[in-house]
Ligand binder design. Structure first.
Ligand code: ATP
Length: 368
């Protein structure tokens, strides 16, 4: 196999993002060196985020934005600090502009219970939670984000927008993800989560889902109303596989999902468009614990594994696919052996020690 180089735009951002990114790059480098068949060129840009806004007055430099546009993938730590805000009062969020600009319509949020992590539900089946929340990320109720209409002091309005092209692409991605999971696990389903019983926009979303489901007859297609889905995520989350939904529903249910499997430090995320992929933990910059060696790096490590998997699919590179599996397996085994014990849920390990636990586990996985 020829040696392929992948250019990764690295944006550490703010708070714990700047602390977790260096160990993540270290793990990625180690995997690449071990493989010998691919390598990474990391272009790190510190000129993006809330701290950068404070010193420069812009949320992300044009140069950093362009590096992100040109890169094979974007790896982001976390952006935003509650103490630094735009004149409108909203937080600094250039990654939301990236979603729009790079058409990152599909927010892939795995929710998986790892061994020896807190079980929020007493039912033993909670150990089996393993699902993907696929959140549309450019329209829905976020369509008028920052442009909502405020009418005097008596009313405020936002618009929910569902379009056919975006919904088709989103549903197709859901079925692609389900098919890959079926190949590994023997079964897969996609559940359309909506409120089609009340809103025309969601009936339209469901209609398009059904059309795309008909083109994917090998995958079981299901429906659930969002309120029932919230109930079911607490009552029987182990019964769900891939869940596809509108932006705001996904925003809310994916945090619920993160909570089910331990906390935000366990919640990775891939934001995918046709030509770009941005990978970041679902959590924020956690200023309350920043600079104290307390962060759980798991979500960022798992986001890096999602990046490897996505690059593998695009490049048709099986060594990258193996690397993605190796990184996820390293995390899984570090938990199951009791060697990874993040402080986030009562463990004794800060960022440094948690990194060491995953890094040692990765060495063992790569050696086999
Ligand atoms: P945002 O709106 O930018 O997503 P947020 O305001 O929801 O951010 P976070 O920064 O995600 O908040 O933090 C929420 C809580 O979770 C905080 O108490 C924080 O310390 C904790 N937290 C978030 N990420 C981690 C992590 N990786 N490790 C440990 N604790 C974390």
């Amino acid at each position: 196999m020829t040696n392929s180089t992948f250019t990764i735009a690295v944006i550490p951002g703010d708070g714990i993002g700047t602390e977790i990114i260096p160990p993540t790059l270290m793990l990625l480098d180690r995997i690449a060196k071990h493989s010998g068949s691919f390598q990474f060129r990391f272009i790190e840009r510190r000129d993006c985020g809330a701290a950068y806004y404070k010193e420069s007055g812009e949320d992300c430099s044009k140069a950093a934005f362009e590096v992100a546009r040109q890169a094979d993938a974007i790896l982001l730590g976390a952006i935003g600090l509650p103490s630094i805000r735009l004149p409108s009062g909203t937080e600094i969020a250039p990654h939301l502009r990236m979603r729009e600009e790079f058409q990152l319509i599909a927010g892939v949020r795995p929710v998986k219970a790892y061994p020896n992590t807190p079980r929020r539900l007493l039912d033993p089946r909670a150990e089996k939670i393993d699902m993907i929340i696929l959140r549309e990320s450019t329209e829905g109720l976020f369509f008028t984000q920052g442009r909502g209409e405020v009418i005097g002091d008596s009313e405020a309005r936002e618009t929910l927008r569902i379009t056919r092209p975006t919904t088709e692409k989103l549903c197709d991605e859901a079925f692609r993800i389900a098919r890959r999971r079926k190949a590994k696990r023997g079964h897969a389903s996609v559940t359309c989560v909506d409120k089609a019983n009340v809103f025309h926009a969601f009936a339209f979303f469901r209609k398009i889902f059904d059309e795309r489901a008909a083109l994917n007859p090998d995958i079981e297609a299901r429906h659930n109303y969002v309120d029932a889905q919230a109930l079911d995520l607490v009552r029987r989350p182990w019964d769900f596989d891939v869940l596809v939904m509108e932006n705001m529903f996904g925003d809310i249910l994916s945090d619920l999902g993160g909570g089910l499997v331990g906390g935000m430090g366990m919640a990775p995320c891939a934001e995918l468009g046709e030509n770009h992929g941005l990978f970041q933990p679902a959590h924020g910059s956690a200023p309350d614990i920043a600079g104290q060696d307390k962060a759980n790096p798991t979500a960022t490590f798992l986001s890096a594994a999602l990046m490897l998997e996505w690059l593998a699919q695009r490049a048709g590179n099986s060594a990258l696919a193996d690397a993605a599996v190796a990184l996820e397996t390293a995390v899984e085994r570090a938990f199951s052996s009791g060697q990874l014990r993040p402080m986030e849920f009562g463990g004794d390990q800060g960022l440094q020690q948690a990194t060491r636990a995953v890094s040692d586990s990765l060495d063992r996985v790569l050696a086999n």
